[in-house]
Design a binder for this molecule. Structure first.
Ligand code: SAM
Length: 368
């Protein structure tokens, strides 16, 4: 996906807005704000926030939808992201019975029955019930009312009915615990998830019925979406907390890495600058949002493949430097070039300044 070529000017501005986002500075206060309204653990909330920001950064179009809302915290996190971005062209849809969970069935597994039986547990939360009025009031009090759309009722009566109103979906977050509910969400809304969009399953690792519904749905349709997990921590031990897949367009981990790297690029190269991008044709505009990237080596603006030798690489670099490129960026798919083309490495070391280097990126300032 090309962030530079496919977005409207407003969406382009939003892309750049999240480039200098700092989780400690910007996300922590939002998590504090939504924490009283969600039972979703920290790592999954952080990942959800990254998914929402990536959708805006990379212009993945469509609504954000949560099926299974309880007190609304995860939805509020998505809505707050829209609010920060000033994204008035999307909403967060909050589907729930607002009466709690239906009873589990055999297919949901032993843990589901244990949950339903153990009504004194601190995790029971009155069968996950919260009334529509209470959740709506919370959204208003948090200043998120205009970014949210509430639909009350059982999924099998509400989701299909509201499909047209929702339109394309960028994020479908399914947090409904049981097999019947999860399957109903997928059958009703999967087709509206856009290419490159996300489907998140809060309970994939918690309740058997959720995982069975996911695999049954994907298997029946012959879909090869790869399940990725979010790792949580409990008393120092790691565990699989929630799961998601991307509908086409590569994995979430890949896009998330592009997003992190784009933030690093933006931290040292001002917007509007021209840079030479060595990435073996793999990353492109996903890495260089708001900057003009010339592929290395290029012919007529297109990536032409790796340099045949060090001498050609140096000649090409100098040609592009003379044409106005002020920086050279090596993304992880081409980092090995710096070892392989000794002449290029030495030339850069003697005629440019290395301003950033880590395991996935090396950036040179060519203005020397
Ligand atoms: C675990 S809670 C959701 C937690 C919430 N996402 C959060 O951030 O804390 C599950 C929710 O799914 C809803 N739910 C489950 N199955 C449903 C169905 N078939 N129709 C409507 N709501 C359902 C319940 O009412 C409950 O609010």
């Amino acid at each position: 996906m090309s962030a530079e070529t496919k977005q409207s000017p407003a969406a382009q501005a939003r892309s750049e807005m999240f480039l200098d986002w700092d989780d400690a500075r910007d996300l922590a206060p939002i998590l504090e704000k939504v924490r009283p309204f969600t039972m979703v653990p920290a790592e999954s909330l952080i990942d959800l926030s990254r998914v929402a920001r990536a959708a805006l950064t990379y212009g993945i179009p469509g609504a954000f939808v949560e099926c299974g809302v309880w007190r609304g915290g995860s939805s509020f996190l998505m809505a707050e992201t829209l609010k920060r971005a000033g994204a008035r062209d999307r909403k967060v849809w909050l589907f729930d019975s607002y009466e709690g969970l239906p009873a589990p069935k055999e297919i949901d597994g032993a843990k589901a029955f244990e949950y339903a039986r153990n009504t004194d547990s601190p995790w029971y939360h009155d069968n996950c019930s919260a009334s529509l009025e209470i959740v709506q009031r919370a959204a208003d009090e948090l200043g998120l009312g205009s970014y949210t759309e509430f639909v009350k009722g059982w999924f099998d009566q509400t989701l299909a009915l509201n499909r047209d109103r929702i339109g394309p979906i960028a994020i479908l977050r399914i947090d409904a615990d049981w097999y019947d509910s999860v399957l109903c969400c997928l059958e009703s809304l999967y087709d509206q998830v856009v290419e490159g969009g996300f489907v998140i399953f809060d309970d994939y690792y918690t309740f058997d019925g959720c995982a069975i519904a996911v695999h049954e749905f994907l298997g029946k349709r012959g879909l090869s979406h790869q399940i990725e997990n979010v790792i949580g921590r409990w008393e120092g031990a790691e565990y699989c907390q929630s799961a998601l897949f991307r509908k086409g367009g590569g994995t979430w981990r890949w896009l998330d890495q592009c997003y992190r790297t784009a933030q690093e690029v933006a931290s040292v190269i001002p917007p509007g600058e021209t840079l030479i991008l060595a990435d073996d044709g793999a990353l492109g505009a996903d890495l260089t949002i708001g900057r003009r990237a010339i592929p290395f080596i290029e012919r007529d603006g297109q990536y032409w493949g790796p340099p045949p030798d060090g001498e050609t690489a140096v000649r090409e670099l100098e040609r592009l430097r003379a044409a106005g490129a002020n920086f050279m960026v090596f993304g992880w798919p081409a980092l090995w070039w710096l070892d392989h083309y000794g002449e290029l490495r030495e030339h850069l070391n003697s005629t440019a300044r290395r301003i950033l280097e880590n395991g996935r990126l090396a950036i040179f300032d060519l203005r020397f």
